[in-house]
Design a binder for this molecule. Structure first.
Ligand code: ADP
Ligand code: RBF
Ligand code: MG
Length: 182
């Protein structure tokens, strides 16, 4: 059975800096995108939570320079410099992803974020690169956890659910959609 409406939702955006916690605290890096990119799409309005789908990184990337946050709980203002390195061919493919959209209750963020963990080992960080995503389904609402370990365990389960569903007929075909080449 193919994904049910409104999925697939196709979105093209670019990778911005976040709080810098994904890799450091969780060992699960997430490529952050401006939340506005999702609001301007066919995504269900106001539905925060965890989604799965596919993504592809393309274009050139640079280095992230982090500036101090303007206020407590606000994201640091980041700047991407020297966006001149091209993504390696091995990394510029259509890959499984899980996406968290919302307020990260575990960290009590003051602003919403949209962040994508791609199930792939990248050669390098790719701040500033172009990112295309196909959101294919909703997994669960955001929740709070007693520990970082419990959060990591839940994310591992999200990855398992996403990968299992992507292997189904009706989902597999989306990796070959013309969207990825445009
Ligand atoms: P930030 O808070 O700035 O998003 P993270 O610790 O979440 O920092 O790291 C995210 C960065 O790591 C991404 O912007 C990307 O450049 C890089 N990265 C490396 N591997 C991955 C991956 N498998 N999925 C997502 N991002 C990755
Ligand atoms: N943060 C939460 O506070 N609650 C969650 O339920 C939650 N689920 C997530 C699921 C996935 C698949 C991913 C990639 C992230 C999730 N996060 C969640 C966000 C996590 O706290 C965040 O990636 C780190 O804080 C780094 O920005
Ligand atoms: Mg991140």
């Amino acid at each position: 059975m193919p994904p049910q409406a409104p999925y697939p939702v196709f979105i093209s955006s670019h990778v911005i800096g976040g709080f810098g916690r994904g890799s450091a605290e969780l060992g699960i890096p997430t490529a952050n995108i401006p939340p506005e990119a999702l609001m301007a799409s066919a995504m269900p309005k106001g539905q925060t939570g965890i989604y799965f789908g596919l993504s592809k990184i393309t274009g050139t990337y640079g280095t992230l320079v982090r500036h101090k946050a303007a206020a407590e709980g606000a994201p640091p203002s980041n700047e991407i410099v020297k966006s001149t390195k091209a993504i390696a061919t091995a990394d510029a493919t259509v890959l499984p992803m899980v996406m968290s959209l919302g307020w990260n209750p575990f960290y009590q963020n003051k602003e919403p974020s949209a962040e994508i963990h791609i199930v792939h080992k990248f050669q390098e960080q790719f701040y500033g690169a172009d990112i295309k995503i196909a959101v294919l389904g909703y997994i669960r609402p955001e929740s709070n956890f007693v520990s970082v370990e419990a959060l990591i365990e839940e994310i591992m389960n999200d990855i398992r659910i996403g990968k299992e569903t992507l292997a189904l007929e009706g989902y597999r075909e989306i990796a070959a959609d013309a969207f990825w080449e445009s």
